[in-house]
Structures are given as structure tokens and as C-alpha cells.
Design a protein around this ligand. Structure first.
Ligand code: GDP
Ligand code: IMO
Ligand code: MG
Length: 432
């Protein structure tokens, strides 16, 4: 049963890219199943920092095939740009190494314009999207009005006609909102070159994966975003429009559950969120500044896709416990443990108090969540740098205690933590 699903257990940016890069060393295929270029996955390798938005993070391993699933929404122009940029860094990308589902949906320029229009109409209560057209593209998908990557296999005229029709239909929405409509023919024209380029990469991904799995190949499913941004399970409407949770991996790739062996969650050792919506443990002040960093390091808490400063706070165990449940996590990894170094004490939100009642899991409504007061447990911090630790026994006792306590509170094993952004900066508990 060779599938490992890798899920973000918080609000995204947990360090999924670097974990996938590590898992890819013992995989044959890495497959993304949700989202689009709203994602930004960072992999640091030998002094180079790769920021991947659409292409799976397995691409840096030459023996791994990267797959983009039907659950994704793809902006073909961004994809071609990303392939070009990676090639310039010496990464080989050919149809043998990158497979794109024929059933993924295409983000058009009209989707991007609509994303902007909706956000500005929402004013103060905006979602804080990445403005990449994600929501409008998924809306057209579920409204059965979208165009798909497989349409790029049609003859050029027919694909162009479909694009023009899709953009003209979105133009009506733009017009209704008093905004300038797009020149559909001009916008479509830009997509034709991208379609030409991408055509050889497009195929039926589900069957490709089925055959590979039957042959015993190992597949890592790369989550984008995170559990708390899930369209069903996140704090709706402050979510993305796809299913980053474990079930999304199956529908977003068209694979069956019996192949799944492992569901690995990734969480940062503290909390971050970018965009609007409730975040009970959010801090401002010196501890938030400590977590965020100044922006001088590439790992500081500024969005990989948009550059926005991320909101920061203590680790929210209530949310993590929920992520363990919703995804059925078999294990959890903690990243950025090194960032906790230097704080005298550390806090874990073990429960919420809402209107005098204690909650071990997030409440049902956002209104309650907005009123949630975290109940904190305080643990001792540690002063030493832990970047060069590689074994659990190398970690200071306070760090081991922190990990043990999170595992206990979430009722999930934590046997791997990261202590720096580089590929080898991992601590693995071999005693388990
Ligand atoms: P993703 O979207 O989940 O792949 O995460 P991002 O790449 O958006 O953000 C995670 C950031 O943390 C990246 O800059 C990573 O290089 C960095 N990172 C990951 N793990 C660690 C770690 O253990 N320590 C430090 N300092 N940085 C890390
Ligand atoms: P990775 O894969 C963090 C957030 C946006 C916004 C909400 C909706 O790098 O973890 P969208 O553009 O998807 O309609 O925005 O979701 N968001 C992310 N936050 N990491 C991401 O991806 C995100 N992708 C979307 O900030 O709050
Ligand atoms: Mg990210």
C-alpha cells in the first residue's frame, strides 16, 4: 500500500515543500492534488532556495515523476513561467518528469479579475485571498462552466473558442460589478502559446497513478494550503476553495483509499496565518516579532507567494487536535523548532474558553471562535541553538518535553521535527 499523503495541519505554510522534498528521496512519484499558484512551497538545497507554486516539490529529485492532479486549478501562463524559471536553475523538466492531469481546471484572466473585484467589494471583511483567481476558477468548476487542461488537447481553434466563451461569460459578472470587461480574444491569444507548450505533458493522471501503484511504485501526495483553510473543514468563509484535507488527495488525484499507507501531518511549532479570519492564539508584540523575524532570512514569516507578513501566535493544540481528527493523521511532524530557541517560556493553547464553557475542539460557528479565549499551559523554553541537532538525544530536554507534550495533547506520534530549512536539518526519533 504505497501512498503517503502529506497534509498541512494548520493554515498553510507549515513547511510542506521541504518535507515533501525529504519524502521524495524514497518515492517514485510526487503528486499535488489541490489548489493552484496560491501555494508557495519552499525547498532549500545546497545554497539555492526554490519557491514552487504549481510544480510538485519532488521535481528536485531527478528520479521522481511529478504529477499535477485533477483537483488543481492551473494558470497555464504561471505554469510555463515556473517551468522556465526552474530550467534556468538547472532542473530538467520534460514530459517524462512532469505529468499534468487532463481534468484540472484552467484559471483564466477573467477569474483573476473577478477575484480582485470580489475582494475589493468585501472591503473590511475581505478574505485576504492571494488574488490568483482561485475562488472564481473553482466556482466555474462546480458550476459546470469551467474549461479544463484537457481542452488544450483540442485543435487550436476550438480551444480558443472555448476560452473566449468562458471569458465572455465572466465578463458579464465583471460588467455587473461595474468593472471593465476583458478583451476576450486578446486574453485567449496569450493562452494559446502556453497550450502549445503544455500539450505533451497532459494525460489521464488517475489511470497513470493506478498503473504505477499496481506496479508497486511509491507515491507521495503533496498537500497545498492546510486543514484550516479547507472549504468544508476550515473556518468558512475565510478559507480557500479546495479540499486540502486527506479526502481531497483521493478525489484530487482519482486514487482509491486502499492504497493509502500513511497520512502525515505537518505543523509549525507555533501558529501562523496569512489573510483574514479567526486565529485564537494570535499575538502582537515581541513574541510575534520573534516568530516572524525581520524578513532578512528567506524562512522568516512573510508569504512565499504574496510577500505579506504572516500573523503569528503560540501553537494552537485545539486546532491541531482537530486536524488530527479530520485527516485521520497517522503521525505529525513539527517544523521550525529552531525558531522557538531563545524564548524563556513557551505556551500551548490546550483548550478554549468560550462564554464560560471549555472546548477541546474548535466550536462550530465562527462567531464563537472569534470569542474563544485560549487556555494556555506554560512550558520552559531553551536558550541554545538547535540547528545542528540530528538525533532526539541531541535536543535540549525542554525541546524534547515540548514535543512530547504536543504529541500527548493531540494523541498522535511525533517522531520527526525540523530544526532548519535545509534538506538535512531534520531530527528523527530512531528509538521509535
Ligand atoms: P509550505 O507552503 O508549507 O511549503 O511552507 P512555506 O515554504 O510557504 O513556508 C515555510 C518556510 O519555513 C519556508 O521558508 C521554509 O524554508 C522554512 N522552513 C521549513 N522548515 C523550517 C525549519 O525547520 N526551520 C526554519 N528556520 N525554517 C524552516
Ligand atoms: P501553501 O500551500 C497560506 C489563504 C489566503 C487566504 C485564503 C484564500 O503555501 O501552504 P485563495 O487565494 O486560496 O482564494 O485565498 O487562503 N491561502 C494560503 N495561506 N499558505 C497557502 O498555501 C495558501 N493558499 C491560500 O491567504 O487567506
Ligand atoms: Mg507556503
Amino acid at each position: 500500500m504505497p501512498i503517503t499523503i502529506l497534509i498541512g495541519a494548520q493554515w498553510g505554510d507549515e513547511g510542506k515543500g521541504r518535507v515533501v522534498d525529504w519524502l521524495a528521496a524514497s518515492a517514485d512519484i510526487v503528486a499535488r492534488y489541490a489548489g493552484g499558484d496560491n501555494a508557495g512551497h519552499t525547498v532549500a538545497l545546497d545554497g539555492e532556495v526554490y519557491k514552487l507554486h504549481l510544480i510538485p516539490s519532488g521535481i528536485l529529485h531527478s528520479n521522481v515523476v511529478s504529477v499535477m492532479g485533477n483537483g488543481m486549478v492551473i494558470n497555464p501562463i504561471s505554469l510555463v513561467r515556473e517551468i522556465d524559471a526552474l530550467r534556468k536553475l538547472g532542473v530538467q523538466i520534460t514530459p517524462d518528469r512532469l505529468v499534468i492531469s487532463s481534468r484540472a481546471h484552467i484559471i483564466t484572466p477573467a477569474h483573476i479579475a473577478l477575484d480582485r473585484a470580489r475582494e475589493s467589494a468585501l472591503g473590511e471583511s475581505k478574505i485576504g485571498t492571494t488574488l490568483r483567481g482561485i475562488g472564481p476558477a473553482y466556482l466555474d468548476k462546480t458550476g459546470r462552466a469551467g474549461i479544463r487542461t484537457g481542452d488544450m488537447l483540442l485543435d487550436v481553434e476550438e480551444f480558443a473558442e472555448r476560452l473566449v466563451a468562458a471569458i465572455e461569460s465572466s465578463n458579464e459578472d465583471l460588467y455587473a460589478q461595474g468593472l471593465e470587461s476583458l478583451d476576450a480574444r486578446e486574453a485567449a491569444q496569450n493562452y494559446l502559446d502556453a497550450a502549445d507548450f503544455l500539450r505533451p505533458y497532459i494525460r489521464d493522471v488517475s489511470i497513470y497513478l493506478y498503473e504505477a501503484l499496481k506496479a508497486g511504485k511509491k507515491v507521495v501526495c503533496e498537500g497545498a494550503q492546510g486543514t484550516l483553510l479547507d472549504i468544508d473543514h476550515g473556518s468558512y468563509p475565510f478559507v480557500t476553495s479546495s479540499s486540502p484535507t486527506a479526502g481531497g488527495a483521493l478525489t484530487g488525484l482519482g486514487v482509491g483509499p486502499l492504497f493509502v499507507e500513511r497520512v502525515l501531518g505537518v505543523a509549525k511549532a507555533f501558529s501562523t496565518r496569512v489573510g483574514g479570519g479567526p486565529m485564537p492564539t494570535e499575538l502582537d508584540g515581541p513574541v510575534a516579532g520573534h516568530f516572524r523575524g525581520s524578513g532578512a532570512n528567506f524562512w522568516d514569516e512573510f508569504g512565499t507567494t504574496t510577500g505579506r507578513p504572516r500573523r503569528c501566535g503560540w501553537l494552537d493544540v485545539v486546532m491541531l487536535r482537530y486536524a488530527v481528527g479530520v485527516n485521520g493523521l497517522s503521525e505529525l511532524m513539527l517544523t521550525k523548532m529552531d525558531i522557538l530557541s531563545g524564548l524563556d517560556e513557551l505556551k500551548l493553547a490546550t483548550a478554549y474558553e468560550i462564554d464560560g464553557e471549555r472546548f477541546e475542539y474548535p466550536p462550530v460557528t465562527n462567531a464563537q471562535l472569534e470569542r474563544a479565549r485560549p487556555i494556555y499551559e506554560t512550558l520552559p523554553g531553551w536558550g541554545v541553538d538547535i540547528n545542528s541537532c540530528r538525533h532526539f538525544s541531541d535536543l535540549p530536554a525542554a525541546a524534547r518535553n515540548y514535543i512530547r507534550r504536543v504529541a500527548e495533547l493531540c494523541d498522535v506520534p511525533i517522531d520527526i521535527v525540523s530544526v532548519g530549512p535545509e534538506r538535512d536539518q531534520l531530527v528523527i526519533n530512531h528509538a521509535q
